[in-house]
Design a protein around this ligand. Structure first.
Ligand SMILES: NC(=O)c1ccc[n+]([C@@H]2O[C@H](COP(=O)([O-])OP(=O)(O)OC[C@H]3O[C@@H](n4cnc5c(N)ncnc54)[C@H](OP(=O)(O)O)[C@@H]3O)[C@@H](O)[C@H]2O)c1
Length: 274
């Protein structure tokens, strides 16, 4: 579990790095992230993301785009994926590597793996998702549920499995599955959101399974809820901006050691009941 001090420090560091437009220096709480790949400015502590290779799914808009932006600003080597890279104008303007990827399509995943070749990936962020949002049991139909499951559950499963060799070659070995509080079984008092809730609950179970299976190999695998965020999915009434959500999540991730594996965190570092 993350201490409140480390959570706050992580967020402050990320915010300062953004404001300065540089790799943050001297802000890093003691981290169990392992060896750090790039030196920070003027001999100060390096940013834990600097020099790390981070692959993000669904990075052309919303939270994925903000992940790409902040990680690029912090010196990470970003591989940002999108279903239609040619239309990903904002993403391409960041100057990061953009790759085509439809997480619901085995052939697309296989083609990405081919292009990665013998390269290594330090951090995988399984962010791509669809809402579905079926409000009442009478509205549930198999085709709609299948579509949501294909993206929200099978997407992260097929991408993580396919990129496992590249993740093994990386030295951070971190998998972050972007889930939702709506996927918490313990917190579900309201019902509804069929397909979406089930897909994220299943994604959480996948997270626990890979955390257990890959722990001995030095992997850290977590599920994160980004909060309610103003994106196409979250809508304009949501209480968080993408900047706030991603700054918070990166503060949690950069503080995370192997003992944090198999957990479900809110964007601000609070643990969420499964
Ligand atoms: N916003 C919130 O309040 C909120 C709350 C809880 C959890 N989340 C989770 O956070 C993640 C990001 O959500 P968001 O708010 O950024 O949603 P968003 O604005 O709707 O963006 C969704 C992203 O996923 C991509 N995507 C959809 N299907 C895909 C597929 N088959 N292959 C590859 N990419 C695909 C979209 O690409 P296209 O442009 O090609 O469709 C887009 O880049 C999702 O997993 C979501 O469930 C969001």
């Amino acid at each position: 579990m993350l201490s409140a001090r480390r959570r706050v420090l992580g967020s402050i560091c990320a915010t300062l790095a953004l404001a300065a437009g540089l790799v943050s220096g001297g802000c890093q709480a003691t981290t169990s992230a392992g060896g750090l790949a790039a030196p920070g400015a003027m001999g100060t502590a390096p940013d834990p993301f600097a020099g790390r290779t981070v692959l993000i799914t669904g990075a052309n808009r919303g939270l994925g785009l903000e992940f790409a932006k902040q990680l690029h600003e912090r010196g990470a080597v970003v591989i940002a994926t999108a279903r239609a890279p040619e239309a990903a104008t904002e993403l391409k303007a960041l100057g990061v590597r953009v790759e085509a990827l439809d997480v619901a399509d085995d052939a697309s995943v296989a083609a990405l793996v081919k292009r990665i070749g013998e390269g290594s990936i330090d951090i995988l962020i399984n962010n791509a998702g669809v809402s579905g949002g079926l409000g009442r049991l009478e509205q549930v139909d198999g085709a709609a549920v299948d579509r949501v499951m294909q993206v929200n559950l099978l997407g992260p499963m097929r991408v993580t499995r396919a990129l496992l060799p590249a993740l093994r070659r990386g030295d951070r070995k971190l998998v972050v599955n972007i889930s939702s509080k709506l996927g918490s079984i313990g917190l579900n008092e309201g019902g509804g959101y069929y397909a979406y809730r089930e897909s994220k609950a299943a994604l959480n179970m996948f997270t626990r399974s890979i955390a257990a299976e890959l722990k001995a190999d030095g992997f850290t695998c977590i599920a994160m809820s980004p909060g309610w965020v103003r994106t196409d999915m979250g809508g304009p009434q949501a209480n968080l901006s993408p900047e706030e959500s991603i700054t918070g999540m990166l503060g949690v991730i950069d503080d995370l050691g192997p003992d944090g594996t198999g957990r479900f965190y809110h964007y601000d570092g609070e643990p969420i009941p499964w």
